[in-house]
Design a binder for this molecule. Structure first.
Ligand SMILES: [Zn+2]
Length: 186
């Protein structure tokens, strides 16, 4: 299994390749990319590489991806306890989502705690009016940047896209075996 450092090098080098290929394609007018699109992809890719790595499932111990959070690293300890290493956290579709949902829940918890202390706190009233909801133009490159960074990690780990399905099949087989043994025992 590659170390956190090796994962970072692989992801950074690949980012360089993607950027070079995109610039070339743009100069040939094969693709037209706006600045917000390029920026969203790059930010999501960097966050996925350096802050939301699948190896946070090891955060109950000392791991590179947790260290990058500095003082806030401790918030990932429960995540490390909840998810077994290279289990659901390392699946292609759900794995990256688990980290986003986890972070969302922490933010919600923090907000509720703040509300308890400071009941007058609420979202700024002007918030929905000033910032229109993000458009697909930004959301798609965000999702793509995040997922590509995660998939590169999984490829470097040697994990196939059907990892999640194979895992549940194995679990099902184990369950079925257990049920059969129980049946025979009777
Ligand atoms: Zn990994």
């Amino acid at each position: 299994m590659p170390s956190g450092r090796v994962h970072n090098i692989i992801n950074t080098a690949t980012y360089g390749l993607i950027a070079a290929a995109t610039l070339w394609a743009q100069s040939q007018q094969l693709v037209v990319l706006t600045l917000p699109q390029a920026a969203s992809f790059s930010v999501a890719y960097a966050v996925g590489t350096f802050l939301l790595s699948p190896d946070l499932d090891l955060a109950e111990g000392r791991v590179d991806s947790k260290r990058r959070w500095g003082l806030l690293g401790f918030i990932w300890v429960p995540y490390g306890r909840m998810f077994s290493h290279r289990g659901l956290s390392h699946t292609w579709l759900l794995g990256p989502l688990t980290r986003l949902v986890y972070l969302g829940l922490i933010a919600l918890l923090l907000y509720s705690a703040l509300l308890l202390v400071w009941p007058k706190l609420h979202w700024p009233a002007s918030w929905p009016a000033t910032t229109s909801s993000p458009s697909l133009e930004v959301l798609l490159p965000l999702a793509l940047g995040y997922y590509v960074s995660q998939w590169l990690h999984l490829i470097a780990d040697g994990i196939r896209p059907d990892h999640g399905m194979r895992r549940s099949q194995q679990k099902f087989r184990k369950l079925r075996g257990g049920a059969r043994r129980l049946g025979k025992g009777r």
